[in-house]
Design a protein around this ligand. Structure first.
Ligand SMILES: Cc1cc2nc3c(=O)[nH]c(=O)nc-3n(C[C@H](O)[C@H](O)[C@H](O)COP(=O)(O)OP(=O)(O)OC[C@H]3O[C@@H](n4cnc5c(N)ncnc54)[C@H](O)[C@@H]3O)c2cc1C
Length: 512
């Protein structure tokens, strides 16, 4: 799959039915939905797919026990049904995960046990297994490094419940490939910088190829704004005086070695000092800890965790783990921005709704804001229904509830490449690992370029593989080898190769 051929298709198509701006969970979900319904669909992403929030989540496909505690029953029920669909449609990327909540006070056993029974009940036929009260010995067997003592007293037991975990950036790549499989077109590094209007209606957009500077004037019957925390900026391309709607909130994570929490179970800390929950999850052979909820006025492309956020995560985890993790133990630290709705309302961001809102401008721009990774498919169904009506397109029923995503095997498989694995193993450099601490081969990098639209060192080390998020030092060390393969595949000059290696090293420094 060559970018040049995809650009030729873009030039050759006089008018699209649906143009989607933004290649995160929301935009990719919309593009797949529209393409699978048979509409001529184009998606444009300014940077790389999932460069924004969609690669920086807590990696949970979940109903959300916290939303249950907030009484958001509809959201929880919808998310649990979507969890079930994702487990069926992407079994190589989404996996059931057991969580254990350690309990130090009898009262918590009762309260949490009741809450998680309600969670089971809401899951209904989508349940992944009933929640269960555990004895102290069973809790320690599941979480070998959990503290037996705490400020609240000794460990008296625990509660286990089932949810699901996933690889967010890989799910985005699988969605992008599914868009192409279903006849749509998706391109990265093509930022939209203006909307085209005729008789007061939005009739397309103008985008500039970030690699060559070529400008594309695109006609479309309807334009969907799925630009995440940048959606207000795209809305202003349509209505310059549009009031901001989004109240971005930052969430940070840290990744530490597996021996801090050996075993397969994840730990849920039910109440942090700021009244939230904190997850400690086995992920990619390491342990992921997060997250926080910090209001942010600005929306940088590369948000950095604040010192306070990292200290908060580490000190909260230390109250539950026998060996407290310190800053020296952090292998990678990253942050993402939640596109929450509620600018100017003055509420704390943790209290703002995670539900999405679809908005139609006077000129017919369909904007979506808010939502969760877990519910991207259902959101996309509603957005494309709306877009069909706006554009006067024939209404086709949404097929995605039973649509296996690209790479999906018939049975659960712990390999993010899924059914693409044999193609990868046939490429030069199969099994040739690029760094002793990373499970990344030369052939996987070649595949990322040839078949997954990777254009830069970061695309490979942050999102096709998750090296940057798992071990930033090792990722920085692998940059030279990865850049060498990209240079070979894409015909880079030596100077460009050096420049891209250095750029990635600087990025990796920030994740350390
Ligand atoms: C810390 C944190 C933890 C989370 N954990 C979970 C979780 O465990 N489970 C869960 O279900 N959800 C979780 N979420 C929520 C979930 O990650 C988000 O709802 C989802 O990723 C948002 O996707 P999006 O497509 O709307 O935004 P994004 O992923 O940010 O995508 C928007 C895209 O639009 C592009 N763009 C912007 N402007 C333009 C333009 N002019 N032209 C072209 N492209 C443009 C951007 O480059 C970006 O790639 C979490 C969120 C955060 C922040």
């Amino acid at each position: 799959m060559k970018r040049a051929a995809l650009l030729d298709r873009l030039r050759a198509t006089p008018r699209w039915d649906v143009l989607v701006i933004g290649g995160g969970a929301t935009g990719l979900g919309c593009a797949l939905d529209a393409a699978a319904r048979g509409h001529r669909t184009l998606l444009l992403e300014a940077h790389d797919f999932a460069k924004g929030t969609s690669s920086r989540s807590t990696k949970l496909i979940h109903g959300g026990v916290r939303y249950l505690a907030q009484g958001r029953i509809g959201l929880v029920r919808e998310a649990l049904a979507e969890r079930s669909l994702l487990l069926a449609n992407a079994p190589h990327l989404v996996h059931p995960q057991r969580f254990v909540v350690p309990v130090y006070r009898q009262w918590d056993h009762l309260v949490l046990g009741t809450g998680l029974t309600a969670y089971d009940w809401l899951a209904g036929r989508h349940s992944l297994g009933a929640s269960r009260l555990l004895s102290a010995a069973e809790t320690v067997a599941a979480l070998p490094t959990v503290r037996r003592d705490s400020a609240a007293g000794g460990l008296i037991g625990g509660i286990s419940y089932m949810d699901a975990r996933f690889d967010d950036a890989r799910l985005a790549i699988s969605l992008m490939l599914s868009v192409l499989d279903h006849g749509g077109l998706a391109l990265n590094y093509l930022p939209v910088h203006a909307l085209r209007h005729a008789a007061g209606r939005v009739v397309g957009a103008t985008a500039r190829d970030a690699e060559t500077g070529e400008v594309f004037a695109i006609d479309a019957r309807v334009v969907i704004n799925a630009a995440g925390v940048w959606a207000d900026e795209v809305r202003r391309l349509d209505e310059p005086s549009a009031a901001p709607q989004l109240a971005p909130s930052q969430g940070a994570h840290v990744v530490i070695d597996k021996d801090f929490l050996p075993g397969e179970s994840a730990l849920l800390i039910p109440k942090t000092p700021d009244g939230r929950v904190l997850f400690v999850i086995p992920w990619q052979g390491k342990v992921l800890l997060g997250t926080t909820d910090t209001p942010r006025g600005e929306t940088p492309l590369e948000p950095r965790p604040l010192t306070d956020e990292i200290d908060f995560i580490l000190s909260t985890a230390a109250r539950y783990l026998t060996r407290p993790p310190t800053r020296a133990d952090v292998r990678s630290a990253f942050a993402g921005l939640r596109p929450l709705i509620g600018a100017g309302r003055g509420s704390p961001t943790s209290a703002l709704s995670r539900e999405h809102v679809i908005q139609l401008s006077n000129g017919g721009l369909v904007s979506v804001a808010g939502g969760k990774w877990t519910t991207y498919r259902h959101m996309a169904e509603q957005i494309v229904d709306r877009a069909e009506a706006v554009a006067g397109l024939p209404h086709h029923p949404c097929p995605t509830a039973a649509l296996p995503l690209h790479g999906s095997p018939r049975a659960p498989l712990d390999d993010v490449l899924g059914t693409d694995r044999p193609c990868v193993e046939a490429l030069p450099g199969a099994g040739l690992r690029l760094h002793p601490a990373l499970a990344l081969s030369e052939a996987e990098v070649r595949h990322a370029v040839r078949a997954e639209l990777a254009r830069d060192v970061e695309d490979v080390l942050a999102r096709r593989s998750r090296a940057l998020f798992v071990d930033a030092t090792a990722a920085g060390e692998a940059a030279t080898a990865v850049a060498g393969i990209l240079a070979d595949e894409l015909g880079w000059t030596e100077e460009h190769q050096r420049e891209r290696t250095e750029a990635f090293r600087r990025l990796a420094e920030g994740f350390r």
